[in-house]
Write a protein that binds this ligand. Structure first.
Ligand code: IDP
Ligand code: MG
Length: 141
C-alpha cells in the first residue's frame, strides 16, 4: 500500500556529511522524498517530538542530542514506506543492526543512531503533522 512516513537524519549523521548517501538509499529503495527541511530543533521541539518517551531514563540525553545540531527532516512516500524505511535503518542499537543498514554504517551508539523512522501508520501521521503543514504536503496520496 502506498503510504507516507517521517524520516529524520539525526545530528550525528548530518555532522558526518551523510545526508546525500542516506537520501540516496531511500531513493534507491523506491521511496520518493515529498517534503524536506534542514533545521535545528529546539530542546522543547525535541521534547515534544519524543513525548512518548518522556518517562524513559534516556529522555533528557536524547532530546539534548536531537537539539545539538542540524537535522534533515523528510516525508518519504511509497509502497510500504514505513516498513521499508525501518528496514533501511536497521535495529535501534547499531551493534544489533544488519550489515548495509543506515544505523550499522553511521550510528555511534544506541542513542546517537543516525536516523529516525516512524514505527506505524498512526505515529507516521502524527509525526508528519508535527513538522509539516498541509501547504507543504498537498493531499495527493
Ligand atoms: P527507534 O528509533 O528504533 O524507533 P525507540 O525505541 O523508539 O527506537 O527510541 C527512540 C530513540 O531513543 C532511539 O532512536 C534512540 O535515539 C533513543 N534510544 C532508544 N533506546 C535507548 C537507550 O537504551 N539508550 C539511549 N537512547 C536510546
Ligand atoms: Mg521509535
Amino acid at each position: 500500500m502506498k503510504e507516507r512516513t517521517l524520516s529524520i537524519i539525526k545530528p550525528d549523521a548530518v555532522k558526518k556529511n551523510a545526508i546525500g548517501d542516506i537520501l540516496r538509499r531511500f531513493e534507491n529503495a523506491g521511496l520518493t522524498i515529498v517534503a524536506a527541511k534542514l533545521t535545528t530543533l529546539s530542546k522543547a521541539q525535541a521534547q515534544g517530538f519524543y513525548a512518548v518517551h518522556k518517562e524513559r531514563p534516556f529522555f533528557d540525553s536524547l532530546t539534548t542530542f536531537m537539539s545539538s545540531g542540524p537535522v534533515l527532516i523528510s516525508v518519504l512516500e511509497g509502497e510500504d514506506a514505513i516498513q521499508t524505511n525501518r528496514r533501511l535503518m536497521g535495529a535501534t542499537d547499531p551493534a544489533k543492526a544488519d550489515a548495509g543498514t543506515i544505523r550499522k554504517d553511521w550510528a555511534t551508539d544506541v542513542e546517537k543512531n543516525a536516523a529516525h523512522g516512524s514505527d506505524g501508520p498512526d505515529t507516521a501521521k502524527w509525526e508528519i503533522g508535527y513538522f509539516f503543514s498541509e501547504m507543504d504536503l498537498p493531499n495527493r496520496l
